[in-house]
Ligand binder design. Structure first.
Ligand code: FES
Length: 164
């Protein structure tokens, strides 16, 4: 390849770099492929570290500002590592009225995560979301693909401890 050797990054293994090179090789001749390359590379690594975005820019021969621009524009891309489990806490009106705020606080305190953040051990990412369309179950929390209704601040930790 004509561009720099792989930069060192603790989250990107040799096998991942091999797959990344393959993705770049396939898309390189096609114009307007930044989104596709970012999406596929994010699938490989789990998120988009800066070093990876620089590498992609070189590989596609586009300015790094274009790569960053696309990555920061679309909500689908994450430049921060994600937790093994995603906890979505509903902040819609029905859930709010039934005390979801306290649930959110409890999770934040227990695992030391801020809203929108990821715990140090990368176990959980915590997101506040709008109405999940299950108001009858309020307050609602979704962990990965599992939905929990009637969540209370004193029971929520027990639920989350089922997720390693
Ligand atoms: S407000 Fe939470 S599910 Fe609708």
């Amino acid at each position: 390849m004509a561009y720099d050797p792989h930069p060192h990054h603790p989250d990107i293994t040799f096998e991942m770099w091999t797959r990344i090179d393959e993705i770049i090789r396939i898309y390189r001749p096609k114009a307007g492929s930044i989104i596709s390359v970012l999406r596929e590379c994010q699938d490989v690594v789990g998120y988009l570290p800066v070093e990876l975005m620089d590498y992609i820019g070189q590989g596609l021969n586009v300015p790094r500002s274009d790569v960053y621009g696309v990555a920061s524009f679309y909500a689908l891309f994450s430049m921060e590592p994600k937790g093994r489990h995603t906890v979505r806490v509903c902040m819609g009106t029905a859930c709010y009225v039934k005390g979801i705020k306290e649930v959110m606080r409890r999770i934040g305190r227990e695992f030391n995560i801020e809203e929108g953040g990821t715990s140090e051990d990368r176990r959980f990412s915590l997101e506040a979301v709008r109405c999940l369309g299950a108001c009858g179950l309020a307050p609602v929390m979704v962990v990965d693909h599992d939905t929990y209704g009637d969540v209370k601040s004193d029971g929520v930790i027990k639920i989350l401890n089922n997720y390693e």
